[in-house]
Design a binder for this molecule. Structure first.
Ligand SMILES: *Cc1c(COP(=O)(O)O)cnc(C)c1O
Length: 505
């Protein structure tokens, strides 16, 4: 007799445990080190004829209801309202689709920290608070986050002053931009902590994963009723909000008459940890007509090589680039794609991840790679990225940040190589002002001005505006100063918890 699997979220590395959405959101990482995946994704039926006239929030309601199995309609509706329609985003709808010549830019950076991470991190805290209620927990949550620059600030902003949750963010001390660092160091909220690490993003992310899997430390915390969780894109609660904007941009194109119903479109996604593009893959699994998902990397092109050869190899030089949020050699969410493409073969995934851990590389099977046809992958180096920013600005006056610049360059290569005229949306992940120096210098050449004055200069010369959250950043006071070696991260956690206890005593 065929065993009927319980509907819920499984680990990518074993099917032994099934958890609810709330449990998955609270735990972040599965106990075996795998990532939670919805085992019902291929059974979800969305009535697309009813979706095209919905606004962003209504679409989000439909999609979240399909995934958040133990949430009530009201819990979901309130979370959407609080995240997207309570003044955190600049405009009426949280995202903006702009047509620029033959392509469309899906601007996901109009939130509180000016990067696409806001799409998920404004809503994750509400999901977590409701999850605590749904599992009847009396625990407090400590969010551990590794950041290559953008996640950290977005998570801090999202979780600041949320009851029963505190957050500690680790970032590579020399791996983020001045503006990104300043945004984090000036964060308010007594429940927040920011720590600079000597090491790169992969070291930082590995350190966090180790702490999350540290059984002894976990038990110690449990005694004081504290549970670890994660706000990184490995958390299923980060991934789901990202599915929504793929649908939203499709229906925007449809409603504007740019495409006909059912017509396939492409998305170009500047990719680091593979979270954003994986959400696009999930959208496709839910029936959205997507022709190609174009995976764009910077000089750290481990994913480009993977899609070309089937070999994932992190044993290579690590480059610091002008698109630091993509300076990643271990792309965590790829594990979820491998799981789905291998027909949910958790043993195979487990074995590949073990090889990645011990040897730093693995080779995916030929059968698996044959199923990656939906993806096209390409990369842009620093010079090409700068040229791409300059080129679009000079031709159209549209200002792109370097991450978007990478995507734009890879799309140009794709066009040249394939001649594919499918309508294409470039996912635009950060405000150009968040990476002002790189953007300015790409267009106008090197400058001696400091990073803050350069923002004013960029605004003047391009006749655009500095977004409110980045204005007067240099006048804000730093509130965080902790730094530590990459091997001392768990000590930083323990110290922060002691502080928190003192504050609440
Ligand atoms: C995080 C980030 C990315 C990469 O997204 P992933 O989901 O990690 O692939 C790209 N651009 C910006 C601006 C980001 O902050």
């Amino acid at each position: 007799m065929e065993e009927i699997m319980k509907k819920g979220y499984n680990s990518t590395r074993s099917k032994d445990i099934t958890v609810t959405a709330s449990q998955g959101i609270l735990r972040g990482l599965a106990p075996d080190g795998g990532l939670f995946v919805p085992n019902f994704i291929h059974n979800i039926q969305l009535d697309q004829t009813k979706l095209s006239k919905k606004n962003y929030g209504e679409l989000a309601q439909v999609i979240f209801t399909a995934f958040l199995d133990d949430f009530s309609e009201k819990q979901i509706a309130d979370a959407i309202q609080n995240a997207y329609y309570s003044g955190k985003f600049e405009e009426k709808e949280p995202v903006n689709l702009k047509k620029v010549e033959d392509r469309y830019f899906l601007e996901l950076f109009h939130g509180p920290t000016c990067a696409f991470k806001d799409m998920a991190l404004t809503i994750l805290p509400y999901f977590m608070v409701e999850s605590i209620k749904n599992v009847n927990s009396h625990n407090k949550i400590l969010i551990l986050t590794a950041t290559s620059g953008d996640t950290g600030k977005a998570a801090l902003e999202g979780f600041a002053n949320v009851d029963d949750i505190s957050i500690i963010v680790f970032y590579p001390k020399d791996g983020v931009s001045t503006i990104q660092e300043k945004q984090m160091l000036t964060q308010i909220g007594d429940n927040t902590c920011v720590v600079g690490i000597s090491g790169n993003f992969d070291d930082t992310q590995n350190g966090v994963k180790e702490i999350l899997n540290d059984v002894e430390l976990g038990q110690k915390l449990a005694k004081s009723n504290v549970l670890f969780s994660s706000a990184n894109s490995i958390n299923i609660g980060r991934l789901l909000p990202q599915v929504v904007y793929y649908f939203y941009s499709y229906y925007e194109l449809l409603n504007r008459g740019e495409i006909v119903d059912g017509e396939e479109i492409n998305f170009v996604v500047p990719t680091g940890n593979f979270g954003n593009i994986l959400a696009g893959y999930y959208a496709k699994q839910l029936g959205l007509p997507i022709h190609k998902l174009i995976c764009a990397s910077n000089a750290n092109k481990v994913l480009t090589d993977f899609f070309e050869t089937g070999t994932y190899d992190r044993n290579r030089e690590f480059y610091k680039t002008s698109s630091p949020s993509m300076d990643i050699l271990i792309s965590s969410n790829l594990e979820r794609l491998l799981y789905d493409l291998s027909n949910e073969d958790s043993e195979a995934v487990s074995s590949l991840m073990k090889q990645l851990n011990t040897q730093g590389s693995y080779q995916a099977s030929k059968t698996l790679m044959e199923k990656t046809q939906l993806f096209y992958a390409g990369a842009a180096d620093e010079l090409e990225t700068a040229e791409s920013i300059k080129d679009i600005f000079e031709k159209t006056h549209y200002l792109m940040d370097p991450h978007t610049g990478v995507a734009n360059k890879v799309y140009n290569d794709y066009l040249k190589e394939t001649g594919d005229i499918t309508k294409t949306v470039i996912v635009s992940t950060a405000s150009p002002y968040k990476f002002g120096r790189a953007v300015y210098e790409s267009i106008f050449g090197a400058s001696d001005l400091d990073d803050y004055s350069l923002l004013d200069c960029l605004a003047q010369k391009t006749n655009t505006q500095i977004p409110a959250p980045l204005r007067d950043l240099d006048k804000k006071e730093n509130r965080h100063s902790v730094q530590c070696h990459k091997t001392d991260m768990s000590k930083a956690v323990v110290d922060f918890l002691k502080d928190q206890e003192k504050n609440h005593a």
